[in-house]
Design a protein around this ligand. Structure first.
Ligand code: NG1
Length: 520
């Protein structure tokens, strides 16, 4: 992650060959709209993709590994900058879809006064989040730096609320625009990823770090193994060659899931539940949890580390999966009540008052719940961590030499994805009937593994599919889901509903020189 964000002048390394022609048209359109809006050319374009998560759901904020991949859909931001005359600075920001996202002139008294009203649903909040995250880095690079005024035009093809993390793509691309537009031209992938993870929390979601890592660090044609402990690290992983070749299909459910609105009962609540589960077991075992980089600073991963560093067990756990499996058994032993725990019971076990409990865990990101299903949430986290470990090991270590061996491998990988879906539905409670139905339709039509991807409660599904079944599965969804359950979709929505594409490249800057292919 210590290499720099690539700066290129052409799109050929950015998109796969089959997406190049449409992408060029789109980029040219962005530049000509920028010219009509601001009266001159932009000087560069920052680009960050959405992501699909293959496996490892809702465990990044407990500091367990995930396996996402960049997608071709992305956010591109055309930028021009000029040095501000005083500490005050302005950002003129527009979108190529002005009916949905109106233009704004944002004015800031100085670089310390970026206010984000997370309660207000406003598209430029994501830009402001990137700006807010980027400014400290600029001050660090040069304490006397003066902020530039920015002209910004945004174009996005990642569906919003669709589970492919349009928000991370937008926040990462915004932060990248601000850094590059203020003259910082060598930006490491680590610094951009880390600042975007923290920034996105200012929009009201207590997110993990998988999306930002994938958006910044993905490599074309590969999945990205993202690890969060002991520190954030990434490793691109190739897909095994199988016969028939494997591919991933991504299909929209068109059930919108807005984490910002549902945070108190869905996403942010889960973050609180897994943190309380860790604290509860630690208290039962007389362990002190270390402060870590998870969303609320204490995690199930931290519990695992504290447990094995203590003398609570003298058994020899030789592998990481043995240790995680043992954690799963500790959950059943010390957090066994499947009916849930109320505030009083948790506070008493932690040795604090209810108001301290609320102050510590439920204030920055408010939540609405009286009963906390701690057993189920911790069970999902540890079992999903085991599945990710198995999946990545299979990916790295398998090289099937016959169609029979391929079949066995695809089944094993697919089963892990199917088990992940069962756990998301029944244990973590983050699926919905439509996502389940789409997965069932796909499996019946030949998918080896089908699951929700991203936060869930709507959004997208991902499917491990042999290439020769792609058409059958697409037809099955059209006949059994889109036509019957979503008859009112627009033509555009129908065209975008199912994506089969190679994993895409991560963040990039494209400089626009006078002879740029887009300016002609
Ligand atoms: P989505 O909502 O799909 O972007 C969210 C989180 C991730 C991760 C997944 C669940 C944000 C920005 N992203 O993804 O960090 O926790 O849910 O695995 O909140």
């Amino acid at each position: 992650m210590d290499e720099q964000i690539p700066v290129k002048t052409s799109l050929s390394e950015l998109y796969p060959a089959d997406a190049l022609t449409t992408s060029k048209k789109r980029w040219k359109n962005l530049i000509s709209k920028f010219q009509s809006e601001f009266g001159h050319n932009p000087t560069f374009i920052a680009r960050c993709p959405g992501r699909v998560n293959i496996i490892g759901e809702h465990i990044d904020y407990s500091l367990y590994d995930a396996l996402p991949a960049g997608v071709v859909a992305d956010v591109i931001i055309a930028v021009a900058s000029s040095l501000a005359k005083s500490n005050q600075f302005a950002v003129a920001i527009s979108n190529t879809n002005p009916e949905k996202f109106s233009s704004r002139n944002l004015e800031f008294k100085d670089k310390d006064s970026i206010d984000i009203d997370a309660a207000k649903h406003e598209w430029t909040n994501y830009f402001k989040a990137g700006l807010k995250g980027a400014l400290p880095l600029l001050s660090k690079a040069n304490p006397d730096f003066r902020q530039s005024n920015l002209e910004i035009l945004v174009d996005g093809t990642v569906p919003t609320g669709g589970g492919l993390s349009s928000s991370a793509a937008f926040v990462c691309a915004s932060a990248l625009s601000v850094l590059y537009g203020n003259g910082v031209h060598s930006i490491t992938k680590r610094s951009l990823t880390e600042l975007a993870i923290v920034s996105e929390r200012s929009v009201g979601v207590n997110s993990g770090g998988m999306d930002q890592s994938a958006s910044v660090c993905s490599e074309s044609g590969k999945a990205l193994h993202v690890a969060f402990y002991p520190q954030l690290s990434v490793e691109p992983v190739s897909f095994p060659k199988t016969d028939p070749p494997l591919t991933f299909m991504i299909a929209q459910s068109f059930v919108a899931s807005d984490k910002h609105v549902t945070g108190p009962v869905c996403y942010n609540l889960r973050v609180v539940e897994v943190t309380l589960a860790a604290e509860y077991i630690a208290a039962k075992l007389g362990l002190k949890l270390p402060q870590d980089s998870s969303s609320l600073g204490r995690s199930l991963r931290g519990l695992q580390e504290a447990y094995f560093a203590s003398n609570k067990t003298n058994k020899d756990f030789s592998s990481e999966s043995d240790r995680v499996s043992h954690m799963l058994s500790l959950v059943q032993e010390h957090l066994s009540n499947k009916n849930g725990y109320d505030r009083q019971e948790i506070a008493t076990t932690l040795g604090i008052s209810i108001s301290e409990l609320e102050e510590r865990y439920m204030t920055t990101f408010p939540i609405h719940a009286e009963n906390f299903l701690l057993n189920q949430r911790a069970t999902h986290v540890y079992s999903e961590a085991l599945r990710v470990h198995k999946f990545i090991t299979l990916m790295k270590e398998s090289s099937p030499s016959s169609s029979q061996e391929s079949e066995t491998l695809l089944k094993e990988l697919g089963d892990l994805m199917n088990q992940s879906q069962i756990s998301c539905r029944e244990v973590y409670d983050c699926s919905c009937p439509e996502l389940d139905e789409m997965c069932n339709i796909a499996r019946e039509a030949g998918s080896y593994g089908s699951r929700l991807t991203g936060a869930g409660w709507g959004g997208c599904t991902v499917h491990l599919v042999p290439k020769d079944k792609v058409d059958d599965i697409r037809t099955a969804w059209i006949d059994k889901y889109y036509k019957t359950k979503k008859p009112d979709l627009s033509q555009e929505q129908r065209a975008e509903a199912v994506v089969v594409s190679e994993p895409g490249h991560g963040a990039m800057i494209i400089e626009l020189q006078d002879n740029s292919e887009f300016l002609t």
